[in-house]
Design a protein around this ligand. Structure first.
Ligand code: NCD
Length: 306
């Protein structure tokens, strides 16, 4: 049993599989009329979001509520963070409520690890700058195993702005841990120089995209770009947009959201039958329930929904 989830590296393959098993039982709860289990009754979960979020924040909130926890959700906009309160002081203030878990999203790499040093609560990294987004990687693995079965030997292409993507970093580690082969593809300026050290292959054109079983598209992350990485979005779109003309039958398409429709992914590809984008969002709740359960309760999966 682990105490915090700061990086996907905190989990070995057995740990990932344990969470996936539990997420499967929680996905069944989502199909019931009353979508609640009492696992975290009387415990408090604090969601602290210092950066824009729709899917991650709503699914963490729903996950904690479906486990019957008391939930406090704070966003930097409208909180004392705007008045200049430091992250450390905010965490100390919220610790007065003795939360069982703190979920943190921050624009700074390493923020979740820092928070873990300041609180007794279990800390979950919901995205720290360009660094990691471990629960996204888990929900992506969950979605893929639901759609394809085992990932062993599958070819997963991650296409787009890999340089600024915490989703890519966590995904590369998780997909490989589950036995898949990962190729990253994008303009050379948007692929980190040492990426092969993570065990993946680099491509700078989509020519061999047909070899992929899974095409995982990333958002162009304007908010993290402080210089020009591509000549123009139009040129990017011409060379790297994933669209139906570039896909073949049998491939599945993923994207963590939010999508720049018509930039990295065409509208028809977003909405096609091969798209798992909606399934990814659905998986988010069950997987985050499983992560909260793993950290705060941690008994075998069979008892998870008793
Ligand atoms: C991602 C994020 O915030 O890291 N979105 C998400 O969590 N679903 C990816 C992105 O913003 O492009």
């Amino acid at each position: 049993m682990i105490r915090n989830l700061l990086s996907i590296d905190d989990l070995d393959r057995a740990g990932i599989e344990r969470i996936l098993d539990r997420a499967r039982s929680f996905a069944e709860v989502a199909g019931r009329d009353i979508k609640k289990v009492p696992a975290l009754k009387g415990r408090t979960v604090v969601n602290l979001f210092y950066e824009a979020s729709t899917r991650t924040s709503s699914s963490f909130e729903l996950a904690a509520k479906r486990l019957s926890a008391d939930v406090v959700s704070i966003r930097s906009a409208g909180s004392s963070v705007e008045k200049g309160e430091s992250l450390r002081d905010t965490v100390q203030t919220l610790s007065a409520y003795a939360p069982a878990a703190i979920v943190i999203r921050s624009p700074y790499a390493g923020a979740a690890t820092q928070v873990a040093g300041w609180t007794d609560a279990a800390v979950i990294n919901a995205g720290d700058g360009k660094h990691e987004h471990p629960t996204q990687a888990l929900l992506d693995v969950f979605t893929l195993t639901q759609a394809l079965g085992r990932l062993e030997g599958r070819s997963i292409w991650i296409v787009g702005d890999v340089l600024h993507s915490r989703v890519a970093r966590s995904g590369i580690i998780a997909f490989q841990r589950m036995g898949a082969q990962v190729t990253v593809c994008g303009p050379p300026t948007l692929i980190p120089r040492q990426i092969e050290a993570l065990g993946c292959v680099r491509q700078t054109t989509l020519e061999r995209l047909r070899e992929a079983d899974v095409v995982y598209v990333l958002r162009m992350q304007h908010e993290r770009m402080h210089e020009a990485y591509v000549p123009s979005l139009r040129e990017y779109t011409q060379r790297y947009q994933v669209n139906l003309a570039r896909l073949r039958a049998g491939q599945v398409v993923m994207h963590p959201g939010p999508v720049n429709r018509g930039v990295e992914l065409s509208g028809d590809a977003i909405d096609c039958d091969a798209s798992l984008i909606g399934a990814q969002v659905r998986s988010g709740v069950a997987v985050r329930m499983a992560v909260l359960y793993e950290l705060l309760v941690g008994v075998p999966a069979l008892q998870a929904v008793a």
